[in-house]
Design a protein around this ligand. Structure first.
Ligand SMILES: [Ca+2]
Length: 212
């Protein structure tokens, strides 16, 4: 009786170990922002107010800082905002499933709303059109991407917060997936502020793993 139960258990254990090994595969280059690789060597592509920063680090000595300055103006739309960030792009097939995680932190509490940092996956077709994700398709109000929880004005300063998109499924026509760090600020708070990101991980779930 005991002997019979050992074989299935061993097989299960082997399956779990294999799944675990696959699940930890991180597709991102320079996931901890230490190497400052150029994009053609698999590095990050920063845009707007974004740069590698030695001011904060969850691991190593650097992180990615996305920041901005949202101010009030005396004419419509009465405030000027910021979307800054960094991303990497990978080939992706329709129906493939992806999960992006990472950590976000503010050195001082964010002011106003909307002002938040997230990680995000977006899918694009061969022409570069943003396709959104199956989870959000069919809704005119849903974002055309899968976003994580936020670092925002309610988030305590000085703590690294786990950011997690959950599972995003590539819609029909997908050719590429982009993994983002993003800081969005339309608060009109007249404050220079932003979010640090470190230790990101992008993985696929094609093997049925939980991808964490
Ligand atoms: Ca780092």
């Amino acid at each position: 009786m005991i002997k019979n139960s050992i074989v299935p258990y061993t097989a299960l254990l082997c399956t779990l170990l294999v799944s675990s090994a696959l699940a930890t595969d991180n597709l991102l280059g320079d996931a901890s922002f230490e190497l400052r690789l150029p994009p053609d060597q698999g590095g990050w592509i920063p845009f707007d107010e974004s740069w590698f920063s030695p001011d904060e680090a969850r691991t190593g000595r650097q992180s990615m800082f996305n920041w901005g300055f949202s101010r009030s103006v005396p004419y419509p739309p009465f405030l000027v905002g910021t979307v800054s960030g960094s991303y990497q792009e990978f080939a992706a097939n329709p129906g493939s499933r992806w999960r992006l995680t990472g950590f976000g932190k503010t050195s001082s509490k964010l002011k106003g709303a909307p002002a938040f940092g997230i990680v995000q996956v977006s899918f694009f077709d061969a022409l570069g059109k943003d396709l959104g994700a199956l989870e959000t398709a069919g809704s005119s109000t849903a974002p055309r991407a899968k976003t994580s929880n936020e670092v925002n004005a309610q988030t305590p300063a000085g703590e690294w917060i786990l950011l997690d998109t959950g599972i995003a499924t590539a819609p029909p026509g997908t050719k590429t997936v982009q993994a983002f760090t993003l800081y969005v600020d339309y608060s009109g708070s007249n404050t220079t502020q932003g979010v640090y990101f470190d230790d990101l991980s992008l993985c696929t779930l094609d093997d049925g793993s939980v991808c964490n």
